[in-house]
Design a protein around this ligand. Structure first.
Ligand SMILES: O=C(O)C1=C[C@@H](OP(=O)(O)O)[C@@H](O)[C@H](O)C1
Ligand SMILES: C=C(OP(=O)(O)O)C(=O)O
Length: 474
């Protein structure tokens, strides 16, 4: 397709509908599929990623309909009917489907599942879930990379009854935690998990909301301890999904950066393990009148509220600390666009996990900063923690940059970094590399520089925010 590039610099106004939360939709689909009967999910995210989770269960005999109001009505024969089946599923681009369903399917007796995915998903690290599941007795064959001791797709799971474990999760990952929670809910004795980081807690909230106290969460010696008790019978649900704060972040940051904007986003999820983006934006603008949150309530254990945002001209740099990273992990590329327009230095500590997302998001965020003419640096400390520094007010760094070192990740997970920055007309070309958050950040970035952008492969936006292009008339 010939594309002359775009610049999204007109203001946004009025109420803008943000689609349903991706993490919560995946989980609501899974709990619906496990129950025998009909479940109703209101405001689901009907994006490619969530439909990959849905389709996995369709392959196992579940049916669904999308009603006139775009709600999902799921009819399932229940988990017992999944036993002793053999299916091949393609999970596309969806890391959440892959990690959560691995723990679940590995625990269903006699079920055999062959899993593939797109070019990006086939590079996502799987040892983080395969290792603990194997300790529970799971049988999983995946592509093994001996050079760096890592597993990736393609993968075959041979489901069986698993045993309980006491396991400390080293990664600051909600997907790993959730995968093991599913394994614990499905075996006879549950599991006990420990994790240092506070990771998003939608799985625990949904379990406890539907089945009181099946995941007990405590803080023990500075770590989170999760005691998971098995569920004997899954029940159909009726569930209302809040709007996705990670999608809202793109619209909020566009409004903040574009004069004349004044928007209202309703029923957005503000779960305290997901709302760091709002707290940090408030620090960047340091003015209580720019963002206000109204009608806060709690539904199904999840906090929701309406967010009202207007344009603001005065932004300054901030430091995002390591402990907060899991709470803001998906918003770092778009937040970096805002920080490129903020006075002084910003630091984002421990951005290591960005490297193993849909693309090498650290490399792609740096490409965005280059497009934005913003000075940045990448520093690695003795513990291997990588910090991204952004400072639009300086021209070059005096520090010892580790810029080239951040690319030194496991060879099997090496993300493709295509160098293709300008087309013949001098238009900036951003390769999305199958990464929806990079594609959307590229478009929003175009609103603050006097250079149009061409986002190559922007169809990946369909994985999380199907109405994004409509909102901007793209
Ligand atoms: O559990 C989830 O729904 C998710 C957890 C996060 O991944 P990690 O657990 O790998 O950090 C996040 O990046 C992803 O978009 C969704
Ligand atoms: C990392 C993401 O998703 P997933 O891991 O499900 O692919 C994301 O949505 O930014």
């Amino acid at each position: 397709m010939i594309n002359s590039g775009v610049q999204l610099n007109s203001p946004l106004q009025g109420e803008i509908k943000i689609p349903g939360d991706k993490s919560i939709t995946h989980r609501a689909i899974i709990f619906s599929a496990l129950a025998n009967g009909q479940s109703h999910i209101r405001n689901p995210l009907l994006s490619e990623d969530c439909m990959k989770t849905m389709q996995s269960f369709v392959d196992l005999g579940v049916t669904y309909q999308i009603d006139d109001d775009n709600n999902l009505v799921i009819s399932s024969p229940g988990i017992d009917e999944f036993k002793h089946k053999e299916v091949t599923i393609d999970l596309g681009n969806s890391g959440t489907s892959l990690r959560l369903l691995t723990g679940l399917f590995a625990s269903i007796d006699g079920l055999v599942v062959h899993i593939t995915g797109d070019e990006s998903l086939s590079k996502r690290p799987m040892k983080r879930v395969i290792k603990p599941l194997k300790l529970m007795g799971a049988k999983i064959d995946a592509q093994y990379h001996s050079g760096d001791d890592e597993y990736t797709l393609p993968m075959t799971i041979y489901g069986k009854s698993l045993r309980s474990i006491n396991y400390e999760i080293k990664e600051a990952s909600a997907q790993v935690k959730s995968s093991l929670i599913f394994a614990g809910l499905l075996n006879d004795q549950g599991v006990t998990l420990y994790q240092q980081a506070a990771t998003r807690n939608h799985t625990e909230i949904m379990v406890n909301n539907l089945y009181a106290d099946h995941v007990i969460v405590e803080k023990v010696n500075g770590q989170f301890k999760y005691t998971v008790k098995p569920i004997n019978r899954f029940l159909p649900l009726t569930y209302s999904v809040p709007s996705d704060v990670s999608s809202a972040a793109f619209i909020i940051i566009h409004a903040l950066l574009n004069k004349g904007s004044n928007i209202e986003l309703n029923r957005v999820g503000l779960n305290p393990t997901r709302n760091a983006i709002i707290n940090y934006i408030n620090k960047v603008i340091d003015n209580d009148d720019v963002i206000s949150i109204k009608n806060i309530s709690v539904e199904h254990g999840e906090t929701i509220g309406n967010i009202i945002v207007q344009y603001s001209s005065n932004h300054h740099g901030i430091t995002i600390q390591k402990n907060d990273i899991p709470n803001i992990i998906d918003e770092i590329p778009i937040l970096s666009v805002l920080l490129s327009q903020s006075k002084g230095e910003s630091k984002i500590e421990h951005v290591n996990e960005l490297i193993v997302k849909e693309s090498n998001r650290l490399a792609k965020t740096i490409e965005l900063l280059e497009y934005l003419n913003t000075t940045y640096d990448v520093i690695k400390n003795g513990d291997g923690d990588i910090t991204l520094i952004i400072n639009p007010d300086v021209n070059e760094w005096s520090s010892d940059s580790s810029l080239n070192e951040y690319k030194s990740i496991k060879p099997s997970l090496q993300r493709f970094i295509k160098q293709d920055k300008q087309n013949n007309e001098g238009i900036y070309r951003l390769q999305s590399e199958h990464d929806h958050r990079i594609a959307m950040s590229g478009y929003i970035a175009s609103s603050v520089v006097n250079k149009p952008i061409q986002v190559i492969g922007d169809e990946c936006i369909q994985t999380s925010f199907p109405t994004f292009k409509e909102i901007f008339d793209l």
